[in-house]
Ligand binder design. Structure first.
Ligand code: HAM
Length: 401
């Protein structure tokens, strides 16, 4: 039997999945965002230049191959790079102004699968271009909080600032000097990171490294005045909007394009892979991808990690179930269902059955009305209809259904 690939799941909890998309879409639209769809396959260079060659995503996890036209391509590991490419390709950067997009769809990372970590997973993301104000960073966070609150999902919000091109290089230098002093004690990965992308050492998973990094210079103590003011303002805006947060000095994110605000939402109820959303500001990325410098900020929510946390609304019955008790009436109920579908949900049984079976099927289909033509009804051009909510029944002329 052919099975799905490791780490690639069928979405069988489709009601929860659909409900999440419905709620998140409504909220993103309320915030003025509109839907964008970009290809799943892009040039590999796009991710190398945006997510960064030193990141695990590009270095180890890409589904990369040469296509039949000899193009070096890869399945998107995340959504931001493609949206920025589309933004630049459409010359929105040259036109100026603000642009706000949301998207959802599959992402691909060749990671070691485990609970909450898949090779094909789905994200709901938003990207906002042209807004340099830290109010937009706060708005991103409030949008995620709105989505999680609407779905009954508890969370903790972690916050950090990664500085900008003004203060980050100096911070990096002082971090490298610190690492030089303990180079023999840190893990091999961190020794490598020291020369490729030193700040990534800060979220190393090794306990020994983490014990050493308690004494590492802190990003937040090394921000320039612009970044520091923005971060102070962000905290103020969140506080006045009743959003709780924790400062996490070691939150650096796994993608290289961030500057200034970085944030992650985590859940304490889903095990080790606890990040349920992440994002931040990426003011330099449009320029890196050959566009005109444009401030930008965004986030993505990992949908699979949320599914078990969602509180579903009570299911309500809706629409019709049509059935016949004799073969001669089957065609008639099929045509009645067909007409009903112009305005409402209608399912139909292609086989004649007894009333008890029809009622059971109507209940399973979550129909509000079970509409059945029996022998007598057929002769009299009538139909028996039961309201499954109110448990009332009546026989009416077919023309009235
Ligand atoms: P990210 O933190 O790499 O950010 O991914 C966002 C979310 O996707 C994570 O918090 C997690 O819930 C989910 N996720 C990531 N990897 C996996 C996996 N292997 N299996 C299941 N879920 C996963 C980004 O992708 C950025 N593009 C977010 C962003 C948008 N920043 C700015 N704009």
């Amino acid at each position: 039997m052919i099975q799905s690939l490791r780490g690639m799941n069928d979405i069988l909890e489709s009601q929860r999945f659909e409900y999440f998309i419905e709620v998140a879409t409504k909220i993103a639209k309320n915030y003025g965002f509109s839907y964008i769809e970009t290809p799943l396959l892009e040039e590999t260079a796009l991710f190398k230049r945006s997510v960064g060659e030193s990141s695990d995503i590009v270095g180890k996890e890409m589904y990369q191959f040469i296509d039949k036209g000899e193009n070096d391509v890869c399945l998107r590991p995340e959504g931001t790079a493609g949206v920025v490419r589309a933004f630049v390709q459409s010359k929105f950067d040259k036109a100026g102004g603000t642009y706000k997009f949301f998207y959802h769809g599959p992402m691909f990372r060749y990671e070691r699968p485990q609970k909450g970590r898949l090779r094909e997973f789905h994200q709901f993301g938003v990207e906002s271009f042209g807004e340099g104000s830290v109010y937009e960073d706060a708005t991103m966070i409030m949008m995620i909080a709105d989505i999680f609150n609407a779905l009954g999902i508890g969370y903790r919000l972690k916050l950090n600032s990664l500085g900008d091109s003004n203060c980050m290089p100096q911070y990096r230098e002082s971090l490298v000097s610190f690492l030089d002093e303990c180079i023999e004690e840190i893990c091999e990965d961190c020794q490598r990171r020291k020369s490729t992308n030193p700040i990534r050492v800060l979220d190393c998973k090794s306990e020994k490294c983490q014990t050493l990094y308690v004494n590492a210079p802190k990003l937040l103590n090394n921000l320039c005045s612009v970044c520091n003011d923005d971060f102070e303002n962000l905290k103020k805006i969140l506080t006045s909007n009743n959003i709780n947060f924790e400062i996490d000095n070691h939150l650096v994110r796994g993608l290289d394009y961030y500057s200034k605000t970085a944030f992650e939402f985590v859940s304490d109820n889903i095990g080790a892979q606890s990040a349920i959303a992440g994002g931040g500001r990426y003011d330099r990325l449009v320029e890196f991808l050959d566009g005109k410098a444009t401030p930008a900020v965004g986030f993505a929510i990992g949908i699979e990690r949320l599914l078990e946390l969602i509180t579903m609304p009570e299911t309500v019955r809706d629409g019709y179930y049509f059935g016949a008790m004799d073969d001669e009436a089957v065609e008639l109920v099929i045509s009645l269902a067909q007409a009903k579908r112009k305005t409402e949900k209608a399912t139909v049984s292609y086989k004649s059955r007894n009333l008890k079976t029809h009622l059971k099927n109507a209940d399973k289909a979550n129909a509000q009305y079970c509409a059945i033509i029996g022998e007598n009804e057929f002769k009299e051009n009538k139909i028996w209809v039961k309201n499954l909510d109110e448990k009332t029944e009546q026989i009416i002329p077919i023309s009235e259904i």
